[in-house]
Write a protein that binds this ligand. Structure first.
Ligand code: AMP
Ligand code: ZN
Ligand code: ZN
Length: 407
């Protein structure tokens, strides 16, 4: 071979090696998971949130999502990102006690201790498989869970306005590929806060919906402005619904059994307590079964569909209030006059959660029948193209909303 040709061949080989080592054009696909705390299932499509309705029209809307038991914020948010029932992931209540760890209060530093949080949240699943996740708040995101934390995260601060949270989400999507997240969560509590304080259909709650909808519009505009409109799968959902309550609709457990016979863990829409040692028979005889506006069970005997009762953090006896009611102790301070509450049975229509999604992975204009919120984690893993950790969910109910073609 003449030397000229050898040199040409060498160049060709070098060029081929060079090409092979060039980075792949980085995919701009990302999954955005937005939670509007307490948003009832019937808000999407109602006209009260036009930007949310537009997402539903472009993609898919579920008739509703069945929340897990109990219908409280921390148990359900962590179910959404693990696919595990609260009984299995261990966040069995916003406030709870563990035989070894002591007391957990969702709003204090105990929630930042990873030992409370079982299972594997989606951000850990993604990062273990080489991806990057970011959380603009989410219960569990402030804890180091089994050695993983979202690459980008912030400590919860309810004073950060919706607009600033959306800006942070968009800023993360602007990062260079080596730091850009493929999964971003955004948590918004404004409706929940307003509905608790003033009632679910109050002016204050309606103003919160308007603020939240403006945030969704800002998010969509921001995605479009970055040319990401067709690259981002956007899911907007809630953890549970909401119900109006009246302060006077309360039942006292110590009307059934002497207050000193029980060791209460928490009260409210559900109450959990243990009989004081030696008083088990007396307490069980007095409280187990149906009462006026509530019902009590041994922890292992709750309705099977609630998948709840084996975790050591669940107290021996659990009472569940009927829609609108509350179970309390006479000597406890009167609760602040709340007008809205959740925590009622998961099959209570008022507790149904919302689900809307649009983006490259979703078919336009599909309506899904109700599914369980444990199914969201397998959906997220599917959208991210990663292997899910073992979980209680199933992708099957969501498949009709998905495009067949994989990216
Ligand atoms: P709930 O008591 O079930 O209505 O919980 C809703 C409240 O939980 C919101 O109003 C927030 O103040 C609070 N919250 C949500 N996420 C977090 C978090 N990551 N850390 C602390 N508090 C939170
Ligand atoms: Zn909530
Ligand atoms: Zn709430």
């Amino acid at each position: 071979m003449p030397p000229r040709h050898l040199v040409a061949l060498l160049f060709l080989l070098l060029a081929m090696v060079g090409c092979a080592s060039l980075p792949e054009p980085a995919s701009r696909h990302a999954v955005l998971l937005v939670s509007i705390d307490g948003l009832p299932a019937d808000v999407p499509g109602s006209g009260r949130m036009p930007a949310l309705d537009a997402i539903a029209r472009e993609g898919t809307r579920a008739e509703w999502v069945n929340p897990s038991y109990p219908t409280l914020t921390f148990p359900n948010h962590y179910t959404l990102v693990t696919g595990l029932r609260p009984d299995h992931h261990g966040i069995v209540h916003n406030n709870m006690r563990d035989p070894a760890l002591g007391r957990f209060v969702s709003k204090d530093a105990s929630a930042h201790d990873g030992r409370w949080w079982g299972g594997e949240p989606i951000w850990a699943t993604l990062q273990r498989q080489g991806g990057i996740a970011a959380t603009m708040f989410w219960p569990g995101s402030e804890a180091d869970i089994a050695g993983e934390r979202p690459r980008h995260w912030q400590r919860f601060n309810g004073a950060v306005p919706v607009q600033a949270r959306v800006q942070q989400v968009l800023a993360w999507l602007d990062l260079p590929p080596a730091r850009r997240p493929r999964l971003v969560t955004l948590y918004l509590e404004q409706y929940d806060v307003a509905a608790h304080a003033a009632g679910m259909d109050s002016d204050r709650a309606m103003r919160a919906l308007a603020t939240l909808d403006a945030g969704l519009a800002q998010l969509r505009d921001g995605l479009r402005a970055r040319g990401l409109g067709d690259n981002v799968d956007l899911i907007v959902l809630s953890d549970h619904g909401m119900a109006d309550v009246r302060g006077e609709d309360v039942r006292y457990i110590d009307d059934l059994v002497p207050a000193d016979a029980i060791l209460p863990e928490y009260g409210g829409q559900l109450m959990g307590f243990a009989p004081r040692p030696g008083r088990e028979r007396e307490v069980e005889a007095a409280v187990l079964g149906r009462h006026d506006h509530f019902q009590c069970w041994r922890k292992g005997e709750l309705p099977a569909g609630w998948h709840y009762g084996r975790n050591p953090r669940i107290p021996a006896i659990v009472c569940q209030a009927d829609h609108g009611w509350r179970v309390w102790m006479r000597h406890w301070p009167a609760q602040a006059a709340l007008k809205g509450e959740h925590g009622f049975a998961p099959e209570d229509p008022g507790m149904r959660a919302a689900f809307v999604a649009a983006g490259p992975s979703f078919r336009a204009g599909t309506q899904l029948p109700a599914f369980d919120n444990v199914d969201v984690y397998p959906l997220l893993a599917h959208l991210l193209g990663i292997a899910p950790a073992p979980n209680d969910g199933d992708l099957a109910p969501l498949r009709p909303a998905l495009r067949d073609a994989r990216r």
